[in-house]
Design a protein around this ligand. Structure first.
Ligand code: NDP
Length: 363
């Protein structure tokens, strides 16, 4: 199936007629005699409710058919709002029975980070393909086990990196790949926000695995990797605390420097204390940047010559249709488990550098 969308991305990737082709962004078409793939969301928190479920009303190749929740009070609202058959509703306890449900092809794990490993493995063992939210898990070892299980059961595993499908981020990759401004000299990548409720799981080390680095700093890591087309070799890192008791378990503000090949350095910051959001790539003959850079839209982009601008775009719909498209065509997903594993290797190196004050090699 050659979709218009893929044609668009191909031409976009080649830098030809990108803006004029944007009209066809959402034109995935279901091949004849093919049913939309069914997706079950696991964990009905804010990302599921306000981003993924609404995006699944726009997808062309997949649809919301199931939910998995630990909060019975949420069920009626979800069932009626999203027209979900009650026989496709599961709890965390009876979740494994999903293996007998033919209306669910893909399980999308949208739980606190520490639960990603368990529910991804249970879903794979139930014979389902899986999208797991970022960060893929809390440790490298867990990521490796998730990848090994997917291989063992012959199912696809993807990570919820929506920016791999966003036109602004695809343009950043194109400018680097085509060396539009020559070789890269320096990268700045920052993402942080002031966190609210002190009782939330994101501030609990056991549930979150870490602080802003695991939650939003991971976007900065991702952007320096695909923005450079390279992998980092080593890292140094420093944490800063104001003394706010909210941050007794996890880091508050973290600066880190990723050393890439050929003397390229990415200077990065992440924080739960203040808002910061930028990706800027400096090359020999110019620069290109996005700020804001990592949200669900509303990006502002420019190069040293001109503005980068695209119409509103649903990243999550594109991400889920992109995964469904690979399944329908029996092709490997564009954003596989190895992408999440690599980020976790970098994150573990950053935390080690932060704790020891030493430069840490990334292997
Ligand atoms: P929320 O806190 O809003 O929701 C998490 C949900 O998980 C809860 O509503 C609950 O659902 C379920 N849950 C099960 N056990 C627990 C527990 N012990 N504590 C808290 N919740 C529990 O989180 P988000 O939706 O913001 O984040 C979920 C995941 O999605 C995270 O991994 C996060 O990193 C990722 N995310 C990704 C984004 C992206 O842009 N790709 C954006 C936002 C989040 P229920 O009541 O149904 O059981």
């Amino acid at each position: 199936m050659e979709t218009n969308r893929r044609k668009f991305l191909g031409q976009f990737g080649a830098g030809v007629g990108a803006l004029s082709m944007l009209g066809s962004l959402d034109t995935y078409a279901l091949p004849e005699n093919t049913k939309k793939l069914g997706i079950a969301l696991v964990g009905l928190g804010s990302y599921s409710e306000f981003q993924l479920a609404p995006a699944l009303q726009q997808t062309k190749l997949c649809q919301l058919t199931g939910i998995v929740t630990g909060t019975p009070a949420k069920v009626d609202k979800w069932v009626s709002k999203f027209k979900i058959d009650k026989k496709n509703v599961y709890t965390y306890e009876n979740f494994d029975k999903i293996k007998d449900n033919e209306n669910i092809d893909i399980v999308y794990v949208v739980l606190p980070n520490s639960m990603h490993h368990e529910f991804t493995i249970r879903a794979l063992k139930a014979g389902k393909h899986v999208i797991c939210e970022k960060p893929m898990a809390n440790t490298v070892k867990e990521c490796e086990e998730m990848i090994a299980t997917a291989k063992q059961v012959g199912k696809q595993l993807s990570v919820g990196y929506r920016l791999h499908f966003d036109p602004y981020h695809l343009e950043i990759r194109r400018l680097t790949a085509e060396k539009t401004y020559g070789n890269l000299m320096h990268i700045e990548a920052n993402f942080g926000f002031g966190i609210g409720d002190p009782t939330q799981w994101r501030l609990n080390k056991k549930l979150a695995g870490g602080g802003p680095l695991m939650d939003v700093g991971i976007y900065a890591i991702q952007a320096t990797r695909y923005g450079s087309g390279l992998e980092p070799l080593a890292v140094t890192a420093q944490q800063f605390k104001t003394g706010n008791p909210k941050f007794k378990e996890v880091e508050e503000t973290l600066l880190f420097q990723l050393e890439y090949p050929n003397g390229l350095v990415a200077n990065c910051a992440t924080s739960y204390a203040f808002y910061i959001e930028k990706l800027k790539i400096y090359a020999e003959k110019g620069f290109y940047e996005l700020s804001p850079a990592y949200g669900y839209g509303g990006f502002k982009g420019r190069t040293s010559e001109k503005e980068i601008s695209y119409p509103a775009f649903n990243q999550q719909a594109a991400q889920m249709d992109g995964f469904a498209d690979c399944l329908i065509q029996n092709k490997p997903t564009k954003v596989g488990g190895s992408e999440g594993l690599q980020d976790m290797k970098i994150i573990e190196a950053i935390y080690k550098a932060m704790e020891t004050g030493q430069k840490v090699e990334i292997k």
